[in-house]
Design a protein around this ligand. Structure first.
Ligand SMILES: [Zn+2]
Length: 415
């Protein structure tokens, strides 16, 4: 099982210059390859990424001598990234799922076609293959650079696969991917249903409620005042830059607080329960809704699902997705009666058939649990964790394996 640990770095000013150079070389290689691909298309040919890579390696000594100042992994990995970007584009084109554009693109391409990388807009990052660095205690050694200080030692044990160094909100981070040995434990927990909400983060069928964090709102106030301040500075001025960095840090802080809450919740669920029933919400459709509150909580619906999928595998449990069309709120958990005209502001479930009175979200969570158990016994298949389990529309197990580049628990959250 591949897992990653994200650790903040303390580079010296010289090391930071190297990082920026390496990110620049990586971006240049990507943009060069994309431009060459477009040139060859204009000539009526379809260039292959591996041919472009060979051409780049042939000419780089002469035309881009500065790229030898940094590790050769930085440009090389970009050809793979571009290849993936094209694969995604062709796949979406074939399936007819290319994103629709509200405004035509400046370069005249379809939505989903690879874009040139921008120094301002895109996140700075570069890749290191496992033979190009070594980790010992709280330092990471990189050729042509030496030892860089890390804020903590690598927590995962196993074979180190690769690393990505990137910048976020003015800080530098390394994400180290490790192949960890993983014996699937036998889970003895029971089943739980989860109703994700906007007012409260989640309500579980065992009665536990995870609140939306209040401190999050405090930081939001700071973001508002900083954004206001930024709009009063001349764009591009020194003061503007200083302010923009502050704003980026405040945004980053919110993201970390949110992640922290979600990680604590998903870990506690994955530890306690062998089966987690979760509504499979249509996040893309909901994002197109203009209501901000919905969009914000929406992002965490997706994140909760992603985290639960890989953590369930880690602890030997299973996530059963329940269709978004299943009427979890409108059904009575006790007798199964369905109330068709349930409105959003009815916070308490009162059954007109059997008379049961429950909190609305708890009723939904109980229904999700029942539905998950029903789906589980309907079509038994073997999940990737080796357990005999049922499976909904998509295999939850196989999805876990794909979540490769994510840190566990808290990662490094220093603010
Ligand atoms: Zn009832």
């Amino acid at each position: 099982m591949k897992r990653s640990h994200v650790i903040r770095l303390h580079p010296t000013p010289e090391q930071e210059v190297y990082f920026r150079k390496a990110c620049g070389v990586a971006r240049h290689a990507y943009n060069w390859a994309l431009a060459r691909w477009k040139d060859s298309r204009a000539e009526g040919k379809w260039a292959k990424i591996k041919d472009l890579k060979a051409e780049y390696n042939r000419i780089k000594g002469e035309q881009f001598p500065w790229c030898s100042e940094v590790t050769k992994c930085a440009p090389e990995q970009e050809f793979r990234h571009l290849g993936q970007a094209f694969d995604n584009y062709w796949r979406m084109k074939k399936e007819g799922t290319l994103p629709k554009l509200t405004h035509p693109r400046k370069d005249g391409e379809e939505g989903g076609f690879p874009r040139f990388k921008s120094k301002k807009r895109d996140r700075l990052s570069f890749y290191l293959a496992n033979d190009k660095f070594s980790v010992a205690g709280q330092t990471i050694r990189i050729p042509k650079l030496g030892a860089v200080n890390m804020t903590e030692a690598l927590r995962l044990q196993g074979k180190i696969m690769s690393a990505v160094i990137s910048s976020r909100a003015g800080w530098w981070f390394v994400s180290i991917a490790v192949e960890v040995e993983h014996d699937v434990p036998t889970h003895n927990g029971g089943a739980v249903g989860i109703d994700l909400g906007i007012k409260t983060l989640a309500t579980c069928s065992d009665g536990v409620v995870f609140e939306n964090q209040k401190h999050y709102r405090q930081t939001l106030g700071r973001i508002k005042s900083l954004s206001k301040g930024l709009s009063r500075k001349g764009e591009g001025s020194q003061n503007w830059g200083k302010h923009a960095r502050k704003l980026a840090k405040a945004h980053y802080r919110i993201a970390c607080q949110r992640q922290d809450t979600l990680h604590k919740m998903t870990t506690s669920l994955a530890r306690r329960y062998a089966l987690v029933g979760l509504e499979d919400l249509n996040t893309k459709g909901m994002l197109s809704n203009h209501c901000l509150a919905q969009a914000v909580s929406d992002a965490s619906f997706f994140e909760v699902k992603r985290q639960l999928l890989y953590k369930a595998e880690q602890y030997g449990g299973y996530v059963q997705l329940v269709s978004q069309w299943y009427p979890s709120s409108k059904t009575c958990h006790a007798c199964g009666w369905i109330k068709e005209d349930l409105t959003l502001d009815e916070r308490v479930w009162v059954c007109e058939q059997c008379g049961v009175i429950t909190e609305r979200d708890l009723n939904a969570a109980l229904n999700i649990r029942t539905e998950a158990l029903r789906l589980l016994t309907d079509v038994p298949v073997v999940a990737s964790s080796g357990h005999k389990f049922a499976c909904g529309a998509e295999s939850a197990g196989s999805r876990c394996v794909e979540s490769e580049t994510f840190c566990d628990e808290a990662g490094t959250r220093m603010l």
